[in-house]
Each structure stands twice: as C-alpha cells, then as structure tokens.
Ligand binder design. Structure first.
Ligand code: C2O
Ligand code: CU
Length: 455
C-alpha cells in the first residue's frame, strides 16, 4: 500500500461533502457495500461499506433544537445500528445493540428521531461490530449550527480517517487481530480527509475559516498543527470553551472533535497546511492553496461561542467511583490487580479479553454506577497500561477535572496517556443505560467497555 505522503501539496480535485438538512422530513440512511476510489490513482477501487454509497457519509446538518428524523436501512451482510456520537438524546435513540435497541438485521430498518439540544460538531457511526463496520467505512459528521453562527468566510468539515489496506487496495480483513487488541489498536497505513488521500481546499489570503476537525479513526491519535493558519480552538467535542484558546499543537484522540476559527496568514501563491506529526515526521492532511491579495493585518479574536445547555456538575457533592484502566501487552496484563487481588489474566486472554476497567474485563452484568437522576458522578480513571485510551461516555458530556481539581472543558471523550489519571465529572441527568468505553475500537472489543444506569 502507498505510504502517506510527506508534505506534498495535493493536486487532487476538491472534494465537496454535500450536506443535507434533516429537519422534519423523512429521510433514509442506507448502509450498504459499495466500491469507491479510496487509494491513489493507479491503485484499483476498494470495496467499502458506506452510508448512501459515500465515504464518508453525508454531512448531516441541522440547527440547534431541530429534530433529526431518519430511517436506517440495513443492506449490509451483518446487523448494524447508528450511534449519534456526542448527541444528548433519549436512551432509545442511542444505537447500542442489546442495550438501547435490538441490532437491525440485514434487510431491516429502524427509525431514529430525536432533537439536538446542543450546537457543535458531532458524528454518527455504527455501534454493532464497530471495529469492523467503522473500519470498512461507515461514519459521517453531524453538524448542529448555532442560532447565531460566528462570522467566518468558510465553514469546513475535516473528517480524518485511518485505513488499513492491503497491497491490492482492499480493506485488510484482520479485524480482531490479537496484536491490535492487546497493543495500540488497529493502526492503518492510509489516511484520508473527507475520503480523500490528498485533500486540497483553495482559500483566499486573510480569509477566516471555521475548521471542524473530527477524528473518526478507530485507533490513531492525531497530533495536529497549523502552518500558514493562525487562530483559536473554539470548542472541543461539540462544546464551546468558555475562553477560546490559541490553536497550537492539538492532540485529537479517536472520536474527539475540535472546532477552530483560524485566519489564513500565508501569503498569496503560498500554501497553508493542516499537518499531522508523528514520531517519524509530519505530513499534510489538508493543503490550503492561497490566492488573492495580501491580507491587511489581523482581525480581532472571535467571541466565545454561546454555551450549550449542559448541567454543571457540583464537584463538592459528587459521588466518586474510581475506574483504573489495566491490562494490555508490555507487562500490563500480568500486573493488573483489583482491590489487592490479582486478576486471572490467563482465563481472560483465553476468552479474548486483554483489558479491564475497574477490575472487570468486558461488559459487566451490573452497571459501574447506578446514579440517581441529577446526581453528580465523578470517575477518576488511572491509566495503568502502556497505551493511550480514548474514553467515551454516552448520553452526557462531562467536565474533565485537571490535576489541580479544577473543572476543565466539557467533553464526551477524554484521551488518557499511559501513567496519567483523568477524572470526569458529570450530572447524571439523562435516564437510561449508557455505555462508557474506549473508542480505540480493538480495545472496546477486548475488554474496555462498561455502562452506567441513570434512574
Ligand atoms: Cu462513538 Cu460508543 O461511540
Ligand atoms: Cu483503549
């Protein structure tokens, strides 16, 4: 397979992702196999799984408070569902098979209908066999517009995906490989932005862009930087920061999003870039060729985005339920213990479980927490493994509590590096059963999934 290009300027045609308003109307989301040009020209087309024949799926776009109504039609060879990642919706619409709905069998349909309480950048994906289903192409971005959107010249979705492909440009079928499950997950060898391996978006000097960065990779953490673009992080995981902060290096774990507002500072004739850095260097994930007149100085910083109506956890009254993350390769498995007892990892590994959360590997029969409605719950998560994890809570956004005990940004997915402890705190205000799991999907399928119940 092709390796990723290093700092090449893309010459590929501009790929536009059409958007659609889902307010009110009857619509379908058809999950089906398809064949598309995913690898560079010169390689053949790739068999993928798509929503409506496209990779990625359409950008679904609504205004805050509107209703999304769509029918999932399953033309895949296996059962599926849709999870609306980051949307605070009624439990029955959350798309978790065996928990909030039955999986939709091949040939079946399911109606999703809910309103979207928060403005921001969200996404949708299957929650059945998700390592394979997302890994084969099923995901799309869901944008909820503010009643009064900030003033920008362009509003662009940048959906990052990571594919593991074979030499003949097919999706590598080794989902559930033991090495991926027990290490850093299924890292790919081909990265696309909006389904394109060399995305180029022409801009004009001095323009102000809103970039909606969405990491839909199943394992890869992106370390992103801007070149020739300067600006601010306005929101993370769909939730506005109280104070926009200067956009420097930005770590984006699987399932995480960031909304930036940036100005084009590169000169006409140059190119600006969104760059991803990895151990062996950086590569451009998006190029922005600049045209027009030289810009006249910088514009004033944008105002913070209006806050979403998320209840504020009362930290002093919170109930704390610790959930250490344990297991995995490189000594994690052997050393894991729970309340002083060693876990029987030999038995776990035999059943395909490499990780434990709170001393339990895999979905437990009883919830991690049973919360009263309105209760503040605090879950410190110490990462005792040798790998990062991207922990996602369904149905709620949480505050990330810093080491100083201060409440950080609202998020739905927190990236926890080896050795680090991250505490999440939230008001359990959404009744039902909700998953809490690692969004490195090979980890989810091998032990890193649990759930909470809100009465
Ligand atoms: Cu993005 Cu449980 O999912
Ligand atoms: Cu993980």
């Amino acid at each position: 397979m092709p390796t990723r290009r290093t700092f090449l300027t893309g010459t590929a045609a501009l790929l536009t992702v059409p958007s659609v308003s889902f307010a009110g109307g009857a619509n379908e989301l058809r999950a089906a196999a398809s064949r598309i040009q995913l690898a560079p020209e010169g390689y053949g087309r790739t068999d993928v799984w798509t929503y409506d024949g496209q990779v990625p799926g359409r950008v679904l776009r609504l205004r805050q408070g509107e209703r999304l109504e769509t029918t999932l039609v399953n033309d895949l060879p296996q059962p599926t569902t849709v999870h609306w990642h980051g949307i605070r919706l009624p439990n029955g619409m959350d798309g978790v098979p065996g928990m909030t709905q039955d999986a939709v069998a091949p040939g079946g349909r399911f109606d999703y209908a809910f309103s979207v309480p928060d403005a921001g950048t969200f996404w949708y994906h299957p929650h059945a066999n998700s390592a394979e289903q997302i890994g084969r192409g099923l995901s799309g971005v869901l944008v909820v517009d503010e009643a009064e959107a900030p003033e920008v010249d362009r509003d662009e979705v940048i959906q990052l995906s990571d594919w593991r492909m074979t030499e003949d440009a097919q999706i590598d079928p080794s989902f559930g490989a033991m090495h991926d499950m027990s290490h850093a997950g299924r890292l790919g060898n081909w990265i696309t932005v909006n389904g394109n391996g060399a995305l180029s978006k022409p801009v004009r000097a001095g323009e102000r862009l809103r970039l909606r960065l969405v990491n839909t990779a199943t394992a890869r953490v992106f370390a992103l930087q801007l070149q020739g673009l300067e600006g601010w992080v306005m929101a993370v995981d769909g939730m506005p920061l109280d104070q926009p902060r200067t956009a420097g290096e930005l770590l984006l774990g699987p399932a995480q999003r960031a909304d930036l507002i940036v100005d084009v500072t590169a000169a006409p004739g140059e190119e600006a870039f969104l760059v991803s850095y990895e151990r062996n260097g950086g590569y451009a994930v998006t190029a922005f060729p600049v045209s027009g007149e030289a810009a006249q100085g910088r514009r004033a910083a944008p105002k913070a985005l209006p806050p979403n109506p998320v209840p504020e956890p009362v930290l002093g009254e919170g109930r704390t339920v610790a959930m250490p993350l344990e297991g995995g390769a490189m000594r994690g498995l052997q050393s894991a213990s729970y309340e002083g007892r060693r876990l029987d990892w030999r038995a776990l590994v035999q059943s395909g479980q490499f990780w434990a959360m709170g001393g339990v590997a895999g979905m437990p029969d009883a919830p991690l927490v049973e919360a009263a409605r309105g209760e503040t719950i605090r879950i410190p998560m110490e990462n005792r493994t040798m790998f990062p994890h991207a922990m996602h809570l369904h149905g709620h956004h949480f505050r990330e509590i810093g080491p100083d005990g201060q409440a950080g940004p609202l998020r739905d997915t927190t990236l926890i590096q080896p050795g680090e402890t991250r505490e999440i705190a939230f008001v359990a205000d959404n009744p039902g059963d909700w998953m809490l799991h690692c969004h490195m999907l090979s980890h989810q399928m091998s032990g890193m999934g649990t759930w909470i119940r809100v009465a």
